[in-house]
Design a protein around this ligand. Structure first.
Ligand SMILES: NC(=O)c1ccc[n+]([C@@H]2O[C@H](COP(=O)([O-])OP(=O)(O)OC[C@H]3O[C@@H](n4cnc5c(N)ncnc54)[C@H](O)[C@@H]3O)[C@@H](O)[C@H]2O)c1
Length: 319
């Protein structure tokens, strides 16, 4: 029988790559999205679309009655700065919306794997070893990081107390075609735009701060493997948490230089004062995802940045 997947946030950057891959693998795909940042052109033609907020009763009804084999929950308030400006809204969407869906799965009576999209860049903080393993101390520095971690605790609770089948994928900084400049790897989209405009790339502080950049379609493949994986029952928060990153640290300056090289265009790099509260380094270990999900990143930074730049260039040409 055809397997059924619900992708919340499927009109967004990463969710649309997930929807594409599951459709290509023969799944029946439904997308739940309020299109607050998602775009109709991201939605694959063969997907069924339910337009609503994850906080609404109609979304709970969709999950309760949809008999989904897997719910991949990517819809979120994704902007760290917005979470600082309006933490109550961030919590209403990222905790309230997630709870709305988890309760719906609980009441559905259907065996659904619930795969939550967490963050490996926003919850470990600065004081952990790198590449950071899942069991490292959590110390989120923003309301966004707090709501992602809080949602993971709810997942752990639903798994242990209600026997639900939950997984949390902690993405590193995801970049690629269709990416949103407000996301955790927004710098890639911003730099692509600047290169196409021929304007300088702005680097905050020294540019030596590092991130772990992982390619969107690689992340989609982690969702597919997580949907199929046979996993032991969890007893602690991190048991069903998986880092989805490359384990490779790249500085903002190196990112700017690599992007200019693959784009074949050199623009000036200008420095602006460091941003208050910005994390100095982040890099997560994919070792557990490799061992338990069979996932490893396949696309190099050069190839991924090239594909991303070409996407923004083509979009500019058609605008
Ligand atoms: N981009 C990254 O680097 C990164 C890193 C770690 C985790 N994540 C997580 O990955 C997920 C997808 O992020 P993205 O980068 O693709 O962002 P995105 O903005 O492109 O996608 C988010 C989607 O969710 C939808 N959405 C937002 N609020 C909604 C609501 N209340 N109800 C229904 N739909 C809603 C938006 O319309 C959009 O289509 C998010 O959960 C984000 O926190 C992203």
């Amino acid at each position: 029988m055809t397997q059924r997947a619900l992708v919340t946030g499927g009109a967004g950057f990463i969710g649309s790559h997930v929807a594409d891959l599951f459709l290509a693998e023969g799944w029946d795909v439904t997308i739940l999205d309020d299109f607050s940042s998602g775009k109709p052109e991201n939605v694959p033609a063969r997907a069924t679309v339910h337009r609503a907020s994850i906080t609404e009763p109609s979304s709970a009804a969709l999950v309760r009655d949809g008999r989904f084999d897997v719910v991949m929950h990517l819809a979120a308030q994704i902007d760290v700065r917005k979470s600082v400006a309006d933490p109550a809204f961030d919590a209403a969407v990222n905790i309230g919306g997630t709870l709305n869906l988890l309760e719906a799965v609980r009441h559905s009576g259907h065996a659904t794997r619930f795969i939550f999209t967490s963050s490996g860049g926003a919850q470990y903080g600065d004081l952990v070893p790198r590449p950071t393993p899942e069991g490292a101390d959590k110390d989120p520095a923003s309301p966004y990081g707090i709501t992602k971690l809080a949602a993971e605790y709810y997942l752990s609770y639903y798994a242990r107390i209600h026997g639900m089948d939950t997984v949390a994928l902690r993405y590193a900084n995801v970049y690629g075609p269709r990416q949103d400049p407000h996301g955790e790897a927004g710098v890639v989209a911003i730099f692509c735009g600047r290169i196409l405009d021929g304007t300088p790339l702005t680097v905050f502080g020294t540019g030596e701060q590092t991130r772990d950049y992982v390619f969107g379609p690689d992340v989609a493949r982690a969702n597919l493997l997580a949907a199929h994986a046979s996993l032991p029952a969890p007893s602690r928060l991190d048991d069903r948490g998986f880092n989805i990153g490359t384990g490779i640290e790249t500085s903002v300056l190196a990112l700017a230089e690599t992007l200019q090289r693959v784009a074949g265009v050199t623009t000036a790099i200008e420095h602006a004062p460091p941003r208050a509260g910005e994390q100095s380094a982040s890099c997560i270990s994919p070792a557990k995802a490799q061992a338990q999900l069979g996932w490893a990143p396949a696309v190099s930074l050069d190839d991924g940045l090239r594909a991303t730049f070409e996407f923004f260039k083509a979009r500019r040409a058609h605008a």
